[in-house]
Design a protein around this ligand. Structure first.
Ligand SMILES: [Zn+2]
Length: 421
């Protein structure tokens, strides 16, 4: 109701062009508020209750159970880890009785893992990370019958060779692709390369954690950050900037400011852990925690981090507040989406991971309200095996490549999402 009033008031003050743009943004905001906040709206949305896999000869069957029929389509993403994406009209995810906005699980046969999420106010996605290139032999929607009460979507997959997989058409038009930029929420051309800011933790007078053999965390993070920068630049797909490229001390807030100045589309902070138990080892990925969100909002005010949407003074404060919270929410979703892509890639690289690999924290560097950000603890310097992996450029390459593959997937999916709108 309140939103409608604001919308009504708005029309009187602004010209038609401005109203159109703001209405478009607002309608997304309203949709999101409606679907994400209102339990009533969610109750009417199709509920997906299970994703299952079965093996039949050399084929893998994917079964998606839901309580009502759902429109869907599927497509293949050939770059990075081969993936098949099943896109559906917005659903409510309630896999194994657990209702959540996003999640993941193990696959079987040709599907190594699966992830699910909402990728727009009107669509949801099931992403199948394949263990080998595969094609969809057939897909069917089935109604309930006397044996079962659920509606089903079934996809049968069969392994194909790399060339055949790559020849499968993907739905990305190469011209006139528009992308909603994280940093300014205005529609921009995708011809601009995504900007990634890499943050090597610690530096200068701050050594960070100290390893069993005396390794400094600041040296491991710098060497890894430089290797990641080179690997990302080699793809030709990104612009890369670093918070530090040598052994200097940088304040945490300057690291965040740098990400914002560069209009970063993704901020990756690299660290190495220390623990009290020498056997604790493995990588973990952190995104902003709920308490960190509050801190982010407080910092936005105290640091005068003016979001681009706030610069338009013609807008009422109510509308600005809605847009700002929309951006914060979307930033958080995108950070989690990247973390959910990164963890399976790290695991697939045979790199050790901690239990509960995806963690939430209020680390300062994660606090930019408009830049999706993750902090990767690559391993424990207090564990001799992790220290050996992290100080060996040859071994370290595995986790670096995992980050590159996750980055490729992240931006590939993002471009697709906007291309379809
Ligand atoms: Zn650290």
């Amino acid at each position: 109701m309140r939103l409608c009033q604001i919308r009504g008031r708005f029309k009187k003050k602004l010209n038609k062009g401005q109203v159109d743009v703001i209405q478009r943004i607002l309608s997304v905001a309203i949709c999101m508020l409606f679907f994400c906040v209102s339990g009533i709206a969610e109750a009417r949305t199709t509920r997906v209750s299970d994703v299952r896999f079965g093996l039949e000869g050399d084929e893998t069957r994917v079964v998606i159970d839901s309580d009502s029929p759902v429109d869907y389509r599927f497509f293949v993403l050939p770059n990075g880890t081969p993936r098949i994406v099943v896109e559906m009209a917005r659903v409510r995810w309630s896999i194994n009785g657990l209702t959540s906005e996003a999640g993941n699980g193990d696959g079987d046969g040709l599907v190594a893992h699966y992830r699910y999420e909402h990728n727009s106010p009107t669509t949801s996605r099931l992403i199948l990370d394949l263990s080998a290139p595969a094609k969809v032999l057939g897909s069917y929607a089935m109604k309930p019958n006397h044996e079962r009460s659920s509606h089903r979507i079934i996809l049968d997959l069969r392994q194909v060779n790399e060339a055949e997989f790559r020849a499968t058409p993907t739905p990305v038009p190469d011209a006139e692709l528009v992308m909603i930029s994280q940093s300014d929420s205005l529609i921009r051309s995708a011809k601009r390369k995504p900007v990634i800011v890499i943050d090597a933790g610690h530096g200068g007078k701050d050594p960070g954690a100290i390893g069993v053999k005396g390794t400094f965390e600041k040296d491991v993070t710098l060497a890894s950050a430089l290797a990641l920068r080179d690997a990302l630049l080699r793809t030709g797909r990104y612009e890369v900037s670093m918070t530090r490229a040598d052994d200097t001390f940088i304040e945490l807030e300057d690291r965040v400011d740098r990400a914002r100045e560069f209009h970063a589309d993704l901020f990756i902070s690299l660290h190495a852990d220390a623990g009290s138990k020498p056997h604790t080892r493995g990588a973990s990925v952190y995104t902003l925690s709920p308490s960190g969100e509050k801190r982010s909002q407080a910092l936005r005010k105290s640091h005068d981090w003016v979001l681009d949407v706030e610069r338009d003074t013609a807008r009422s404060t109510e509308v600005n507040d809605i847009l700002v919270s929309l951006i914060e929410r979307e930033t958080k979703n995108q950070s989690a989406r990247f973390a959910n892509m990164l963890i399976p890639e790290i695991e697939r690289a045979d790199w050790p991971t901690l239990d509960n690999t995806h963690r939430n924290a209020g680390f300062f560097v994660l606090l930019a309200p408009d830049v999706p950000a993750v902090l990767v603890e690559m391993g424990f310097l207090t564990n001799a095996k992790d220290e050996a992996l992290l100080t060996s450029p040859r071994h370290r390459k595995h986790i670096i490549q995992a980050i590159v593959r996750a980055t490729d997937s992240f931006f590939e999916d993002k471009e697709l999402y906007v291309a379809q709108r």
